[in-house]
Design a binder for this molecule. Structure first.
Ligand code: SF4
Length: 199
């Protein structure tokens, strides 16, 4: 069994339109995997853990059917990555009982633009006892409003499984400082760092 996680992109659709994101490019062709394709890829993944991703997973048109199928068929450890800008409450009951579901990976890129929904989702996620991690993506040429995001997060009683901290430069001074701020803010939690490239 391959211990590395497999990312399965269900759709290129995402309506959040984060300025830095390739999924916001209007010229991007909108494509979705079929339900059968997703089930086949899941069943045949060699990796121990599969992360369902997009675009935005909760804009994948076959998601209700997929979750229904996975209730009885899923044998893989699963996570779902989401921008957390779509109301999730209607999905949480089924996620809570999904076999081998390990949690939501919540993007923070959307927190400022979709603050009300983001906060409401967090409250529902915590009420349902669904495990979650938080993802920070820090890019050299795109300003991430880290202070504002951390200030909003400080209002919540957070208990993430881990912090996924992605950055595209090990040498850019601003990113080094931002990375350290995230680490300081989440000093009591596991940080998983991912360097998108090493420029
Ligand atoms: S929510 Fe995520 S996938 Fe959607 S535009 Fe923003 S960064 Fe991209």
């Amino acid at each position: 069994m391959n211990p590395i996680a497999k990312t399965l992109m269900l759709t290129t659709q995402c309506s959040a339109l984060c300025s830095h994101c390739p999924f916001s490019d209007p010229s991007l062709k909108r494509i979705e995997l079929t339900l059968d394709q997703v089930l086949f890829k899941l069943e045949n993944a060699q990796e121990d853990l599969v992360v369902l991703s997009g675009g935005e997973v909760f804009e994948y048109t076959q998601l209700p059917k997929l979750l229904q199928e996975l209730q009885s068929k899923n044998k893989k450890r699963l996570r779902i990555a989401t921008g957390n800008f779509i109301p999730l409450k209607n999905h949480l009951q089924i996620l809570k009982h999904l076999p081998h579901f390990e949690g939501l990976s919540l993007g923070t890129d959307t927190l400022i633009k979709f603050e009300a929904i983001w906060f409401k989702n967090m409250s529902s996620i915590q009420d349902y006892g669904i495990p979650y991690s938080l993802t920070f993506t820090l890019l050299k040429n795109i300003r991430f409003p880290l202070e504002d995001v951390l200030s909003r997060l400080s209002r919540l009683n957070l208990n993430p499984q881990f912090i996924y901290l992605r950055s595209d430069s090990l040498t850019d001074e601003t990113l080094i400082q931002q990375t350290q701020k995230v680490k300081d803010f989440f000093a009591n939690f596991t940080i998983i760092e991912d360097h998108l490239n090493h420029s």
